[in-house]
Design a protein around this ligand. Structure first.
Ligand code: ACO
Length: 427
């Protein structure tokens, strides 16, 4: 029998349907409440399902993350980022022919219009690459607005391929511009992660010098970040997209949301924090600050809104991180020693244990990126590259079925109606 929830409003009992999830929590359908003259209140959407989705499943209590039903650990060990992009977009793993066609489509679309590249000249040197990447992605609308019909499934898929193809090129251009260096063209003979690293750190005309270990670690970071159901940036993309705005603009809104230190900016914030701590001897002092209710300081890279036991991505990333550190022989690097000491204290301290605050993926990805020599300002850009297939898949899923413009309500606590007072009569 179908589950129901009953609520009573001023003596009147209302039956609310419970919608069944294929995995995890069922949800109470509260849509009918509006006709009863009452709204639900859920700041931060902690208890609210904002949509139906078939893309990604998270069980935060048991540390489970699956893309299209496949556990993240299996994808991180056996797949590559482009295959994961295909899986997210299409719902199934590709056959060999499908994979080759997808890869060819991405490689063909990696190049950025020469005139459009001038957009970077408008930015000051040293500007944060996230500001440039957000603007450049939004700017792509100027190239493709007329030919993109968001009601057409083929056009939506072309948009998805373009964004997955172009984001590494734009990200690398932002980085190069920030350093006052000339752009390096995409090289279709290289894998997705290697090509990105070569465009950042290579030189035009010279063969790629990116090591396989570093390219593999980067590809894994992309896979681990590829989607995370209705997180802040993905919900932002859905919300902006629900207005039927241009998809490049909707994705740019997601990039802005990702930039914050409570979300994608956390991996950069981890490194900034480790630099601020400066020495292993000061770790205790910073742990004390993090526990002090009167101090706004938080340990960056610890805690998660959804994972309250462990973050499965952090487990995979920790493994990669340790392998990379061992291969590079940099375990003794001072910042990494501080990170180790922090991790140890936080895992043993009652405050962190009680609140289920474990190192999250950003903690280990931040350390890995630092160890392989990636500049800190690129960390969140790398998250952006990884998350692109997730954002665009959610946007496509939303537009593929009936949807409504996202328009939350509020609990108004402001003034009652009052009359305007002329300035000369104000106290
Ligand atoms: N350091 C110290 N204390 C913390 C931390 C932290 N990193 N995170 C949470 N707490 C404390 C809170 O102060 C609160 O304590 P209280 O119960 O005594 O009031 C308790 O733990 C619960 O915290 P909430 O803020 O309610 O947890 P929420 O789920 O809202 O926030 C968040 C999660 C934003 C990730 C938070 O843990 C945080 O700011 N962490 C640091 C930033 C970070 O690493 N972000 C990356 C998130 S992962 C990602 O985007 C891929």
């Amino acid at each position: 029998m179908k589950q129901k929830v009953q609520i009573t409003i001023d003596g009147k009992t209302i039956d609310l349907d419970v919608l069944e999830a294929s995995e995890g929590n069922n949800v109470v359908d509260v849509r009918g409440l509006i006709s009863e003259g009452i709204f639900t209140f859920d700041p931060g959407f902690l208890s609210t399902a904002s949509c139906e989705s078939k893309i990604t499943y998270i069980d935060g209590d048991n540390g489970v993350l699956m893309y299209r039903g496949y556990p993240i650990e299996q994808l991180a060990s056996n797949s590559n980022h482009l295959e994961v992009c295909y899986l997210l977009l299409n719902g199934e793993l590709p056959t060999s022919d499908q994979y080759q066609a997808f890869e060819a489509s991405i490689k063909e679309k990696q190049f950025i219009d020469k005139n459009f590249q001038n957009i970077f000249n408008g930015f000051t040197q040293g500007a944060h690459p996230m500001s440039m990447v957000g603007a450049a992605v939004s700017g792509l609308a100027s190239l493709y607005h007329e030919e993109t019909d968001i009601a057409n499934a083929d056009d939506r898929m072309t948009t998805a391929h373009r964004l997955i193809a172009m984001i590494p090129t734009l990200a690398a251009m932002a980085y190069k511009h920030g350093r006052g260096e000339s752009f390096v063209e995409p090289d279709p003979s290289l894998g997705y992660a290697e090509n990105f690293l070569n465009m950042c750190f290579g030189e035009t005309g010279k063969p790629s010098a990116v090591s396989k270990t570093i390219a593999d670690a980067m590809d894994r970071i992309f896979i681990l970040h590829a989607d995370h159901e209705q997180n802040a940036s993905t919900s932002t993309v859905r919300m902006a997209g629900s207005t039927e705005c241009n998809p490049y603009a909707a994705i740019s809104a997601g990039i802005s949301a990702l930039w914050g230190p409570s979300h994608g900016g956390a991996n950069e914030a981890v490194l900034t924090m480790l630099q601020e701590i400066g020495d292993v001897s000061r770790v205790g002092e910073y742990v004390k600050k993090a526990k002090d209710k009167d101090d706004p300081f938080k340990l960056m890279g610890f805690g998660h809104r959804v994972y309250k036991n462990f973050d499965p991505r952090a487990t995979v990333m920790e493994e990669s991180c340790k392998a990379v550190l061992a291969e590079l022989g940099v375990e003794d690097e001072p910042l990494l020693q501080i990170a180790n000491a922090l991790e140890k204290i936080a895992r043993e301290d009652e405050y962190f244990i009680e609140r289920k605050l474990y190192p999250n993926i950003d903690f280990y990805s931040g350390i890995t990126l630092k160890a392989v020599g990636i500049p800190t300002e690129l960390f969140t850009v790398i998250f952006t590259l990884g998350r692109m297939p997730g954002w665009i898949t959610h946007w496509n899923e939303m537009l593929s079925a009936p949807y409504k413009i996202a328009r939350p309500r509020q609990l108004y606590l402001g003034e009652h109606k009052r009359d305007f007072v002329a300035m000369s009569d104000r106290g």
